[in-house]
Ligand binder design. Structure first.
Ligand code: HEM
Length: 394
């Protein structure tokens, strides 16, 4: 992610670039992404059904969901189809996987976090080759977009754009229009930051939501009930709209409760510039302050019976009774997640589309949520995959 806003430590540079990145998350932009989310979610439901084992209905869902969210972010951020759900080989996808694997390896073998040791390793060479390929791909895309913008035809010809269903502009186009003094390298870093920030996080959460629905049939029933009400008039199989998503209040609570249990970024850090007292403890200047949403979310003083999966923890009155920073999956403050609304729309689309088609049950391969093994690498990850049983609704 280079000097993208996620990793940038220069406050003024971050502030300027954050404004630019945020311009890509405007309401009108997000609304125009919904048909793309829906199209890919429909495709995902087909992929999952075909992937399940015929005799047991069991299915490992996390990989297919991750490919679907990658496709969504590719189409909305870059205006590019990777065909990731069809397992097509794409230079960006293949090399992003290599880089994330290297990153994961370094997290799990922390001596490789030491720059000198990493520099000497074959891992670094592997990383650099993939990084270069990603850079070349993005640079080439940016060049084509610029030519397109200059010719006033928005890079891809209109008919091509229509064919991938993107009616509005993508992030890359918005950034190019507003970039002013931003260098190409910076622009590239911001684009890669958005791509990485938006993929694994929503992929992991979507898989966890399906897993929790499979293990809490009462909650799954309520989600279905809400969807049946929303889609009760007209064709029950119709395409969902942005307005439908606004009505999915219970599903929103389920998503939040899942993120309380499995915050995709379970810890993040802040540099302490000035000596500060917090809760009677002195935090020295120059230290790094780690915030663990994963621990905070299980604090019994904040969430009574914290181990219980209870979407009512997010009823409006329950939220009002807590400190606003008691729920931090998207962080908070200046450096909170700018993709929050994008993520909620995308996750609501994916889950509602899957629940409209299927009922999910626990798999024998992972009979209880307590058996679900997760680990921290770049984000939370499944150690042995995420299994559920899938049954078509009749
Ligand atoms: C379930 C979904 C998501 C979760 C849980 C999540 C979580 C977070 C968190 C915790 C941070 C702040 C990290 C910190 O404070 O150090 C963050 C930052 C960020 N996220 Fe997300 N995110 C999600 C989805 C997305 C999406 C969909 C996008 C883009 C399409 C995105 C783009 C970013 C970017 C660019 C930053 C850096 C912001 C900055 O430092 O100014 N995220 N995210």
């Amino acid at each position: 992610m280079g000097d993208g806003i996620f990793t940038n430590r220069m406050f003024h540079e971050w502030k300027m670039n954050r404004k630019l990145v945020s311009s890509g998350f405007k309401f009108s932009m997000l609304k125009s992404f919904v048909p793309i989310f829906y199209e890919e979610a429909k495709f995902l439901s087909q992929v999952l059904y075909e992937k399940r084992e015929n005799n047991t209905d069991e299915c490992e869902i996390s990989w297919a969901i991750s490919m679907a969210t990658l496709e969504m972010i590719g189409r909305t951020a870059l205006d590019v189809k990777f065909n990731a759900q069809k397992n097509a080989k794409h230079v960006f996808v293949e090399n992003l996987h290599v880089i994330l694997k290297v990153w994961e390896y370094r997290m799990l073998h922390p001596w490789f976090l030491n720059k000198s040791i990493f520099q000497l390793s074959s891992l670094k060479r592997k990383h650099d080759i993939s990084q270069l390929k990603i850079y070349n791909f993005i640079d080439d895309l940016v060049q084509r977009k610029i030519t397109g913008l200059k010719n006033n035809i928005n890079n891809l010809e209109e008919h091509n754009k229509e064919s991938i269903g993107l009616k509005s502009k993508s992030f890359i186009e918005i950034m190019l229009e507003n970039r002013h003094q931003m260098t190409f390298n910076q622009l590239r870093d911001e684009i890669i930051t958005v791509m990485i920030g938006g993929q694994d996080t929503t992929g992991m959460t979507n898989a966890c939501i399906i897993f929790m629905l499979a293990h809490h049939q009462d909650v799954q029933n309520k989600v279905l009930e809400e969807l049946l009400t929303i889609f009760s008039s007209g064709d029950p199989d119709r395409q969902l709209t942005y307005d439908d998503l606004q009505k999915m209040e219970y599903l929103e609570r389920v998503i939040k409760e899942t993120m309380r249990h499995f915050p995709p970024l379970p810890l993040f850090g802040r540099n302490v510039e000035k000596e500060t007292m917090i809760g009677g403890y002195l935090i020295p200047a120059g230290s790094t302050f780690l915030i663990f949403p994963a621990l905070l979310h299980f604090n019994a003083q904040i969430y009574p019976d914290p181990e219980k999966f209870n979407p009512d923890n997010f009823l409006p009155e329950a939220c009002r009774s807590r400190h606003p920073y008691s729920f931090l999956p998207f962080s908070a403050g200046y450096r909170n997640c700018p993709g929050y609304k994008y993520a909620m729309l995308q996750m609501k689309t994916v889950i509602s589309t899957l629940v409209r088609s299927y009922r999910f049950y626990p798999s024998d391969k992972c009979p209880k949520p307590e058996n679900l093994r997760i680990m921290l690498s770049t984000t939370l990850k499944f150690v042995d995959g995420c299994y559920v049983k899938i049954e078509a609704r009749t």
